[in-house]
Design a protein around this ligand. Structure first.
Ligand code: 9Z3
Length: 318
């Protein structure tokens, strides 16, 4: 007799209290085709989540609660994963940092261009890149074109917590058939609190009603069905963010004990660019970026990705 698939209570909650995005089935199919194509070509596939979720306070949303994340961790990690031979599904917050283009996200494009002929030139054919403003543009363009050529990146966008949760579930189910070749790298900053659809006011909350008191529910712990039911053979990494360094490792270990996934990357908000700890059930590796590394343009994501791709190797051949 065939075993019945497990339906967790989180599945029910997701369906009832979080609006299902209309394109979720279409996106799931795209992710499944992408994963099976790359797995058949001998590649591993990593699903990266990146950026912060948005939780609306009204259904015709004027105000919302946002989780902090620039998206840099996810975007730069995507580049290093592709450089290591992975195909990447990049589930990211709309308008957060994006692989390759992230290096000029703070630059006004018109400041990065100039006329080649100096004074007097004005036609489009005279416009060139100012290498002083964008010194690394040639390298980024080359990597970007290689990525496009190999169709190595599948970008998917979310804005709200509901979109994030449903799309992550769809991704887990879409990657499940490739088993241990799939990695989940959950770097997005996800809200712990939300207002269920049934309790959300439709219209803009009126300030004439006096001070606002909010009561929010706890977001279901999606890591649990992801690890147990949706993609049970995959290699799963979550991120733990704290502002108080003294509780960081304890929280990271607690997450590993609770969800029984493969690793937690633990970081503190202020030092996240220079220091993280990769915690597994058996090991604890500190990854550090020194001043010298910064001078040489070495980023911490290169070290995180190198650590995790080796661990994924061992996981597959165990
Ligand atoms: C992280 O800890 C990421 O490393 C950062 C990256 C969001 C700090 P940036 O995007 O920052 O480069 O600016 N992500 C996980 C954050 C999170 O919400 N984790 C939850 C928690 O710590 C568990 S999934 O409780």
């Amino acid at each position: 007799m065939m075993a019945k698939p497990r339906i967790s209570s989180i599945d029910g909650k997701l369906a009832e209290e979080f609006a299902v995005p209309s394109h979720v089935e279409e996106v799931k199919e795209k992710m499944a085709v992408f994963a099976s194509h790359h797995a058949a070509a001998g590649r591993r596939v990593v699903l990266i989540t990146s950026g912060g979720t948005k939780v609306p306070l009204e259904s015709r949303t004027v105000r919302f609660l946002d989780n902090f994340s620039s998206g840099r961790r996810g975007a730069s990690s995507a580049e290093y994963f592709m450089a290591s031979g992975y195909a990447v599904i990049f589930l990211h917050r709309h308008r957060s940092l994006y692989p390759y283009t992230r290096i000029f996200s703070n630059i006004n494009m018109l400041d990065a261009l100039k006329f080649s002929g100096g004074e007097g030139a004005s036609g489009n054919s005279d416009v060139v890149v100012d290498q002083q403003v964008l010194p690394n543009i040639g390298k980024a363009l080359k990597q970007y074109q290689e990525m496009k050529e190999g169709k190595l990146l599948l970008p998917i966008e979310f804005s709200t917590l509901s979109e994030y949760l449903h799309l992550l579930k769809a991704a887990a189910q879409a990657l499940s058939p490739i088993g241990s070749k799939a990695m989940f790298y959950l770097a997005a900053a996800v809200s712990d609190f939300y207002i269920p659809a049934s309790e959300m006011p439709e219209h803009k909350i009126q300030s004439s009603n006096g001070p606002l008191q909010l009561s929010m529910n706890m977001v279901p712990k999606i890591l649990s069905p992801l690890v147990k039911d949706w993609a049970p053979q995959a290699f799963v990494i979550s991120f733990k963010l704290e502002t108080d360094a003294t509780i960081l490792l304890d929280r990271a270990r607690r997450a590993l004990d609770t969800y029984r996934h493969q690793a937690v990357v633990a970081n503190v908000l202020d030092s996240r660019r220079g220091y993280v700890v990769v915690v597994t059930p058996e090991t604890q590796a500190e990854l550090i970026i020194t001043d010298e590394d910064v001078k040489n343009d070495v980023e911490i994501e290169e070290r995180i990705v190198s650590n995790l791709t080796s661990a994924h190797n061992k996981f597959i051949t165990r």
